[in-house]
Write a protein that binds this ligand. Structure first.
Ligand code: FE2
Ligand code: FE2
Length: 344
């Protein structure tokens, strides 16, 4: 795929000549007139979601951690390890995808996305350092080294990105886009559900507060790729069958990992509900990019965790919700402080 030059004085930024890829751009962020207005709206929303993990209180979680069952603690630790990996490779890979994007308004969203992914990794580190006792922390950071299932999972996820870097063809770029969508739209959610499950049982409320903000960010990334992938299917060489195969492989991998780290040991989660939820998500993510659901069974048309939805904070304007166990509103809108920057 052609990588954008740093600066191309011969470029043409006219909106009628803009395209997501293969445009002749100056590579300036010319945003006064845009070809894809949805990207400006999405960027605005992503900025308004700005938050800082350290502003969220996890003191209750420090006590709760020792009231978890050993299986619940293992799940909590393992999910933090896995999500640290996912956000780490996102921070690394999004700039590679962005380097070929020739619509600056879409590049803008990807720049913001990269920043959010890095901040998510910082939030996991904040949770690990604040909640998990010192003697266990290294095990969490190194879990991918010691746990074979997680290691295989990490290698599988990273490989699809690495393939494009090794062979930067348009086909591999397309696969990397789909792999990104799978990560944003499928891989996080059994982990999110796990945290909402604990919160629904009055456990680890600070972590759940952080996860619902990460969840909200991830859904804005899902929306970004739900715009990008249908465009990619118009202009980039690809095979629809391959997309279905990638989804099916991703679903099997995700179920295998979730059963390994959560299994049947957690109240309210079973191997059957994990399978149902993962396939339900895959179906809905496929439909959102104009493809067919691959799991036609009736039970995969609905989420087994609908009762936990109230714990997520995923509305576009979701900045006025209360903390799980408090009547008061604890979320905040940092963007409302924009007028105060002059004081700095
Ligand atoms: Fe993230
Ligand atoms: Fe993301």
């Amino acid at each position: 795929m052609p990588i954008n030059p740093i600066f191309n004085p011969e470029g043409d930024d006219k909106i009628e000549n803009r395209s997501l890829w293969f445009g002749n751009v100056t590579n300036l962020m010319q945003l006064n007139d845009v070809r894809y207005p949805w990207a400006i709206a999405l960027y605005q929303q992503m900025r308004e979601q700005f938050w800082i993990p350290q502003k969220l209180d996890v003191t209750q979680d420090v006590t709760d951690y020792w009231n978890l069952t050993p299986e619940e603690r293992r799940g909590f630790d393992g999910i933090l390890s896995y999500l640290t990996f996912l956000d780490s490779i996102q921070t690394c890979n999004i700039p590679h995808l962005k380097s070929c994007i020739t619509a600056p308004e879409v590049a803008l969203c990807m720049a913001e996305q990269t920043s959010q992914e890095a901040m998510h990794s910082a939030s996991y580190q904040y949770m690990i350092e604040s909640i998990i006792p010192a003697e266990r922390r290294n095990e969490v950071y190194d879990f991918w080294r010691t746990d074979k299932v997680l290691f295989e999972r990490c290698k599988f996820v990273a490989k699809l990105y690495q393939n494009y870097l090794d062979q930067p063809s348009a086909e591999n770029y397309f696969i990397s886009l789909v792999a990104d969508y799978l990560l944003e739209g499928l891989y996080f959610y059994n982990g999110f559900i796990y945290m909402y499950n604990l919160a629904s049982r009055m456990l680890m409320p600070g972590s759940a507060d952080i996860f619902k903000l990460i969840n909200r960010d991830e859904l804005s990334h899902v929306r970004l790729f739900q715009r990008i992938i249908p465009e990619a299917m118009e202009v980039l060489p690809h095979s629809q069958d391959l997309v279905y195969e990638l989804f099916d492989a991703a679903v099997s991998q995700e179920i295998k990992w979730s059963n390994h780290i959560i299994g049947n040991q957690i109240l309210g989660i079973t191997e059957a509900s994990t399978e149902q939820y993962t396939k339900y998500l895959a179906n809905s993510r496929l439909r959102a990019i104009g493809l067919e659901a691959i799991y036609p069974d009736e039970k995969f048309k609905k989420s087994p965790y609908a009762h936990l939805e109230r714990f997520s904070d995923t509305k576009a304007d979701g900045n006025t919700k209360a903390n799980f166990f408090e009547a008061g509103v604890t979320s905040y809108v940092m963007s409302s402080g924009l007028t105060g920057w002059d004081e700095i």
